[in-house]
Design a protein around this ligand. Structure first.
Ligand code: TPP
Length: 446
């Protein structure tokens, strides 16, 4: 069996063949990358995978996450993330463009990024601290806030968004209601879904929020459909779908982008490339260096940008929105970013500490490097460096944002649990009939 040489560009076919013959289904595998910080021993992998990858001559193995971002071996050692400038203060044309926005808008961007960060951080502390007995899925967006904030700044209130399982930041950036969202996480009757949805089903059509969505890859068609509706009605509304790098590998993404290009739909595909799909190494599923390369050939704008720089996100989103409203069709924006915490829940997180450590599919060094590119700190530095706002104004927003978050949690705690009699209501099927049928099948009908 031939073994791909990980020191050079990966031979994907050989690699996947090797993986297949080793019976591996995914996750992180091993390669020799001398710059690695997090070494995994051969013993820590399934022996058949280890033997398959090394031809039995195992010497030293390291997690793939260090060979390229997220373990994407289409990156060669020494490649740099040119779209992630090392500077702490974003500069250049995008920053100049953002700086022309009215001050109130600049402050709203900052406020919504902080609300998102503080709301999720507070919930992280509540989940980890365990006092409120919280349970259920919670996919944190911490570290990715500039994407939602930048895109939403380019949208009108009546534009549509389709969100993901990682959707709290999208809702907050579009002006959603924190009280109702907190109450939903507490499963109280005052929640967005009256306690029956939880984090992944929050929807607010009054704000054009077509819903968070637990089905990976479902968003592209929802947004394309909303865009088609807007086109037919002639309303000039635009639809945006946010989704991850993993979802971009779904057939729905390809199909929706192709159809949207064909019909020149006013839709924007925003790929939040955080290089992580739960714990799957990108090398096993991603055949290109950039996800946006997937749509080459359609002749639509498809650009990787620094997703941790709100000025880059806003400027690119504004161009895409203008193009969509002018009837020129869709765009793809690949916002490069990183999530600080675990995929879902809070493994490796501690109360009062940012980021999660010790997760098996990434190195702590990688996490620290990305945390040093904190999108909020960088936006704050930009605002202050250009004297667009005063430090006192930002301090007040910080304090007010924390109070709003805390108030929403008090609201949730003080709300009632749902009445069990409402269980079968608010479902698409006729709830009462469906419940009767269910109880009959179970032999429980009274
Ligand atoms: C259709 C479907 N397949 C699989 C899953 C399980 N799943 C939940 S999140 C996830 C990874 C998604 O990765 P990505 O799209 O990159 O988003 P991220 O979590 O990184 O934000 C998977 C496979 C699912 N929810 N839906």
């Amino acid at each position: 069996m031939s073994v791909p040489d990980p020191k050079t560009r990966l031979d994907r076919r050989a690699f996947l063949k090797t993986l297949g013959s080793a019976g591996a289904t995914a996750t992180f595998v091993a390669a020799a990358a001398p710059q690695s910080a997090q070494a995994a021993t051969a013993e820590s992998l399934r022996p058949d995978i280890a033997a398959g990858l090394t031809g039995g001559k195992w010497e030293k193995a390291v997690a793939l996450s260090t060979a390229g971002p997220g373990g994407n071996l289409n990156w060669k050692p020494g490649d740099s993330l040119k779209f992630l400038p090392p500077e702490k203060i974003p500069r250049g044309k995008a920053a100049d463009t953002l700086a022309t926005l009215p001050k109130a808008k600049l402050l709203t961007i900052y406020e919504r990024m902080q609300l998102s960060r503080k709301w999720e951080t507070t919930f992280k502390d509540l989940f980890v601290g365990g006092k409120d007995g919280l349970y259920g899925s919670f996919h944190p967006y911490i570290g990715e806030e500039a994407i939602a904030a930048g895109v939403m700044t380019a949208l009108n209130d009546d534009d549509f968004i389709a969100s993901t399982h990682r959707g709290h930041g999208h809702l907050i950036a579009k002006g959603g209601d924190l009280n109702k969202m907190s109450a939903e996480i507490f499963f109280k009757e005052t929640g967005y879904n009256k306690a029956y949805g939880g984090s992944m089903h929050i929807t607010d059509m009054s704000k054009g929020i077509m819903g968070m969505n637990g089905i990976v890859g479902a968003g592209p068609y929802l947004a394309a459909g909303a865009a088609m509706g807007a086109l037919v009605r002639g309303t000039k509304q635009v639809a945006v779908v946010f989704h991850g790098d993993g979802a971009a590998n779904s057939p729905y993404f390809f199909s929706a982008v192709r159809s949207a290009t064909n019909y020149k739909l006013p839709v924007i595909f925003v790929i939040e490339n955080n290089f992580q799909m739960i714990g799957v190494a990108m090398s096993t599923v991603t055949p290109t260096k950039y996800i946006s390369d997937y749509v080459k050939g359609l002749d639509i704008p498809a650009t990787p940008i620094d997703g941790n720089d709100v000025s880059a996100v806003y400027t690119m989103a504004k161009a895409a929105v203008d193009r969509a409203r002018a009837g020129q069709g869709p765009s793809v924006i690949e916002a490069i970013t990183f999530r600080w915490l675990d995929h879902s829940g809070f493994a490796g997180a501690r109360v009062g500490v940012d980021g999660a450590a010790g997760l098996p599919y990434r190195s702590d060094e990688e996490v620290r490097a990305w945390m040093s590119r904190d999108p909020i700190a960088r936006y704050k530095a930009l605002l202050l460096d250009r004297k667009l706002v005063s430090p006192g104004e930002l301090d007040k927003i910080d304090a007010d944002a924390q109070k709003t978050v805390d108030d929403s949690i008090t609201f949730a705690r003080n709300s009632k649990n749902p009445d069990p009699a409402t269980t079968a209501l608010n479902v698409y099927a006729n709830g009462a009939v469906a419940a009767t049928q269910f109880f009959n099948r179970q032999g429980l009908a009274g």
